[in-house]
Design a protein around this ligand. Structure first.
Ligand code: PLP
Length: 402
């Protein structure tokens, strides 16, 4: 097909030309002084994206799944208990990762499409036995990528405080960092983990963590047996700009450019853009008469939307038509919601016109799959949402210039 493919899955996301150009270079010596300088200057800037001044950034050549493992083995030992709320496919896998490492997991089932209820966190923590069997950590997926739900991490922090519980707070921001407001220090998150391939606009291949002081301390005196994932060795080497293994050198050049782009745009404006684009997508879903899997407007994700297909329509069929006829890749329904939802990714390097193109493709695929949508209705609803959003932003400027 001619023209550019539309990659609108909720990650990996489109890599902007600026980042592609930054990585398009000969492979460098990762023990050269120049590379050391790059690392030393880069890590504190990456911490800004996590909104952390006290945390240490640790990068691994890995994916989000590796980031889970790094967070778990550095802070927890086999037999330690953790609390997690299962509200989707990635919370399920995070819990499974912990169990596979010998950690005892108290997994509270929730409806898929719901956020982590902070009041329930508090109830569970207050009821905790204490002593050696006490929860050592609460694991939270900030943005559940399988359902399009954002949980309130600050409310979870407050629940920990209200219960007077000192469990570590470990947060997966794989599909929220650099897309949805997240404040590591302010919310006193102990470990934040993510991957390179979503809001950071990079290709897959890098796991990123920001490790707060309490988690660092836990990792110095304990944790599980580990080698590659041991962040103590990495942090020690990073002080001079080096790594105890071969880092993903070219991705680091890309990360340098990505962080520069995010800081140039301003994180709050990046979040505002994601909110604007997401509102347009949600307006389109409403106009089609379809349901967002996330029912609570205060929990809808600004990085993706999981759209429920009507009874009798396999969401996989909609995706197949979109891919085969329009070169538009949408996210599949994962786990128990396979065939029931498809996901529109709207995170990373993206603008209004790209969202309108995506929605136009989704609309045609829906119609061709037999969903009774009026062609143009979703695109028009998103356009109205975008114009209204722009006018809301423009009004104070116009008023000030009068
Ligand atoms: N956590 C969340 C919220 C995710 O969305 C994903 C992947 O999409 C992962 C973890 C796992 O990351 P990866 O596929 O990079 O291993």
């Amino acid at each position: 097909m001619s023209g550019r493919p539309f990659l609108q899955i909720p990650g990996p996301t489109n890599v902007p030309d600026r980042i592609l150009r930054a990585m398009d270079r000969p492979v460098v010596d990762h023990r050269s002084p120049e590379f050391g300088q790059l690392v030393k200057a880069l890590l504190p800037d990456v911490a800004k994206v996590f909104k952390s001044e006290t945390g240490k950034v640790v990068l691994y050549p890995a994916s989000g799944t590796g980031a889970w493992e790094a967070a778990l083995v550095n802070t927890l030992a086999p037999g330690d208990r953790v609390l997690i709320f299962n509200n989707g496919h990635f919370a399920t896998l995070f819990a499974e990762a912990a169990r596979n490492l010998g950690i005892e997991v108290d997994e509270v089932p929730l409806r898929w499409g719901q956020g982590v209820p902070a009041d329930l966190v508090e109830v569970k923590l207050r009821a905790d036995a204490g002593g050696a069997a006490a929860y050592k950590a609460v694991l939270v997926v900030h943005n559940e990528t399988s359902t399009g739900v954002t949980s309130d991490v600050l409310a979870v922090r407050k629940a920990l405080d209200a219960a007077g519980h000192d469990a570590l707070l470990i947060v997966d921001t794989v599909s929220s960092l650099a897309s949805i407001d997240f404040r590591m220090d302010e919310w006193r998150v102990d470990v934040t983990l993510t991957g390179s391939q979503k809001g950071l606009m990079l290709p897959p291949g890098m796991a990123l963590l920001c490790v707060g002081p309490r988690a660092l301390e836990a990792g110095q005196s304990g944790g599980s047996r580990r080698n590659f994932w041991d962040w103590n060795r990495i942090i020690a080497d990073n002080a001079t700009g080096f790594y105890p293994y071969t880092p993903a050198t070219l991705l680091l050049f890309g990360l340098r450019e990505a962080v520069t782009m995010l800081l140039e745009e301003g994180l709050d404006d990046v979040f505002g853009r994601h909110e604007r684009l997401a509102s347009g997508v949600r307006a389109a879903v409403d106009a089609w008469g379809l349901k967002n899997l996330c029912e609570d407007p205060s929990e809808v994700s600004n990085s993706l939307t999981a759209v429920v297909t009507p009874d009798g329509i396999d969401s996989g069929e909609v995706m197949k038509i979109a891919r085969e006829r329009y070169d538009l890749a949408l996210g599949v329904g994962l786990g128990r919601i396979r065939g029931k939802v498809f996901r529109i990714g709207h995170l990373g390097a993206l603008n209004e016109l790209e969202v309108l193109g995506t929605l136009g493709g989704v609309e045609m695929a829906l119609a061709e799959a037999g969903v009774p949508v009026e062609l143009g209705s979703g695109v028009a609803a998103a356009q109205r949402s975008f114009v209204a959003g722009r006018q809301a932003v423009a009004t104070p400027v116009a008023a000030a210039s009068r």
